[in-house]
Write a protein that binds this ligand. Structure first.
Ligand SMILES: NC(=O)c1ccc[n+]([C@@H]2O[C@H](COP(=O)([O-])OP(=O)(O)OC[C@H]3O[C@@H](n4cnc5c(N)ncnc54)[C@H](OP(=O)(O)O)[C@@H]3O)[C@@H](O)[C@H]2O)c1
Length: 254
């Protein structure tokens, strides 16, 4: 178990107020880390802060909008000030709130989703670069998607943003490897959260969505947390630039 122990480590998790980010923040705390939790809505952040403190760890609540560079810079500064240092950075905030064929896609919609799912992580990594490289250690985890690995019909901006996030992961991993900072991507498959409640709650659409997933079910948000703890921990000390796909076998299915 000591390989996965995060005692004395500190983490910064975006999109931590619900879903996958909340599960990751709680699991990091269970493994021993203090956690700065970031999202726009204070009420959700209070809930995840309760999870962290229930695990006996310190929670720092930071309301911020990851699509706003100044907001991100302030959030990163506040996390470093409050926690003293940050070892683990999880760029998890993201999503897509529409599906549309490419022909009907508005450029404003494209730009909005690229900013939410890709540029946001650029803001965070930029704001943390001096701190992480100066300390000579750290683990950055970018939450991408199977949509960034395979095709993403009707979700072209989301798929392109997540593919870009995987590319950013590889390039930063190589640039930062010599400084002891690891950068990896975690790609969830279909995971039942608020993001897609309209699908998994529907008696027809829910099972139909996962019909081609070999495990034949939706993931729970908590099933993304173990891989995140692994990537954050010394168990992954020689692992960088990689894309861990957690999708019940979806992307290897014939
Ligand atoms: N669920 C899936 O099936 C699935 C599959 C593949 C990849 N993913 C990825 O996994 C990540 C988490 O998804 P999820 O399913 O957990 O989504 P979710 O339940 O909708 O949660 C999204 C989180 O991000 C925060 N957020 C959204 N926009 C933000 C902004 N501009 N600034 C700061 N925080 C923001 C939300 O809080 P506020 O609204 O309060 O800001 C919330 O905490 C996303 O990157 C998503 O693309 C999800």
């Amino acid at each position: 178990m000591s390989l996965f122990d995060l005692t004395g480590k500190t983490a910064f998790v975006t999109g931590a107020s619900r879903g996958i980010g909340r599960a990751m923040a709680a699991a990091l705390a269970d493994a021993g880390a203090d956690v700065a939790v970031v999202a726009r809505t204070a009420a959700g952040l209070a809930d995840v802060a309760d999870d962290v403190t229930a695990a006996g760890r310190r929670a720092v609540v930071i309301p911020a909008d990851v699509t706003d560079e100044a907001s991100v810079t302030a959030a990163v500064g506040a996390a470093i000030d409050e926690l003293g240092h940050v070892d683990i950075v999880i760029n998890n905030a993201g999503g897509s709130n529409f599906m549309v064929g490419f022909r009907d896609l508005r450029i404003s919609g494209w730009e909005k989703l690229i900013r939410l799912n890709l540029t946001s992580a650029v803001y965070v990594c930029h704001a943390f670069a001096d701190h992480l490289l100066g300390r000579g250690s750290g683990s950055v985890i970018n939450v991408a998607s199977v949509a960034g690995v395979a095709s993403a019909p009707l979700l072209t901006p989301y798929g392109a943003a997540k593919a870009g996030l995987i590319s950013l992961t590889k390039s930063l991993a190589v640039e930062w490897a010599g400084s002891g900072v690891r950068v990896n991507a975690l790609c969830p498959g279909w995971t039942a959260t608020e993001l897609n409640r309209n699908l998994w709650e529907d008696p027809q659409a829910g099972p139909a969505t996962v019909a081609t997933v070999p495990m034949r079910r939706w993931a729970r948000a908590e099933e993304m947390a173990g891989p995140a703890v692994f990537l954050a921990s010394d168990a992954a000390s020689y692992l960088t630039g990689q894309t861990i796909v957690v999708d019940g076998g979806q992307t290897v299915s014939p």
